[in-house]
Design a protein around this ligand. Structure first.
Ligand SMILES: Nc1ncnc2c1ncn2[C@@H]1O[C@H](COP(=O)(O)OP(=O)(O)OP(=O)(O)O)[C@@H](O)[C@H]1O
Length: 291
């Protein structure tokens, strides 16, 4: 199999197999394997330093893994080995979009302009890369109309219509997060990778984020892979959770499975194996007390 060959569609959009990433003497990711099912919201969680961002950086081409295979299968069945592609091809061809822990918008451009700039590549292709194309080609006019329509669609989905003409930098934090996601959606990704989308959001903004993510999954079928520390967000929106600790997978399954997994409880409470029973009883006592 090589990058970009045609294959049968399967249920997994992404297969991570035996991924390892070494920084000097530090094994940040150690023989990690997991699947991201098509159309699911999959969360990658784990304590600080577990290796979540490193996995994202390998998937999006920012790091080249020391070992392992990252196979992305598009809806058409076309497959890409991400570890072999430069990052711009991962975005452009494999159609993986990403947001970052720190918001990266064009803060001086308006909200609408941010959504249009995201579609620059498609517009330039339609122009034939010539001035005449820009001025006269029907293909360009059609593409320009479509890009405005797409921007309007995502403005509405992200609940930003009222702020369309404001500079992106003037938006409240939660609205900037939704704009980043809307901008990524304008590139029509097959896999959307979100790095801590709920970080710093208040409960109302978190709820608006959940609505946006559910509508992305429901309306477009785009698969979402996210890193998130906020457990209430993770448990509410995820179909599937993969838990890392010290670069290795310690649990993998539904939110219910993961939240009751003793290994996960221990990792989050920071206890040794022999103290596990005690820790589990403590957690049960606390959750019992809240019900
Ligand atoms: N470029 C790098 N060079 C050296 N070490 C790195 C590099 N990037 C990450 N690491 C190390 O790899 C380990 C995993 O880091 P990573 O940022 O992936 O964890 P994380 O789970 O995303 O943590 P957090 O939740 O705090 O963001 C850490 O020990 C980190 O110090």
């Amino acid at each position: 199999m090589t990058s970009g060959t045609e294959h049968m569609t399967n249920d997994n959009i992404l297969k991570v197999e035996h991924l390892s990433m070494k920084f000097g003497g530090l094994m940040a990711i150690n023989d990690l394997s997991f699947d991201v099912r098509r159309g699911d919201i999959t969360a990658l969680i784990g304590p600080n330093g577990a290796g979540k961002t490193t996995v994202f950086n390998c998937i999006t081409g920012f790091y080249k893994p020391t070992m392992g295979m990252l196979t992305l299968t598009q809806r058409s069945g076309k497959q890409y080995l991400l570890e072999r592609l430069p990052d711009f091809e991962i975005t452009k061809q494999a159609k993986v979009a990403r947001t970052f822990q720190n918001i990266r918008l064009f803060s001086g451009l308006t909200v609408l302009e941010n959504l249009l700039v995201a579609q620059h590549n498609a517009l330039m292709r339609a122009s034939g890369y010539t001035v005449l194309g820009l001025l006269g080609l029907p293909a360009y006019k059609r593409a320009a109309k479509e890009s405005v329509e797409k921007a309007a669609h995502w403005l509405e989905k992200a609940d930003l219509v009222d702020r369309a003409d404001d500079p992106a930098g003037d938006l409240p934090y939660g609205a900037q997060r939704r704009l980043e996601i809307a901008r990524a959606m304008c590139t029509e990704p097959e896999l959307l990778c979100l790095d801590e989308p709920a970080a710093g959001l208040n409960p109302r903004e978190s709820a608006a984020l959940n609505t946006l993510l559910h509508s992305i999954r429901g309306d477009t079928g785009t698969s979402i892979l996210l890193i998130e520390h906020d457990m209430s967000v993770v448990m509410e929106i995820s179909d599937h959770i993969v838990v890392l600790e010290y670069g290795q997978k310690i649990s993998d399954g539904t939110p219910d499975h993961v939240k009751n997994d003793p290994k996960v409880i221990a990792a989050y409470l920071g206890v040794e194996d022999e103290e596990l029973d005690e820790a589990i009883s403590e957690v049960e006592a606390v959750s019992g007390g809240q019900n």
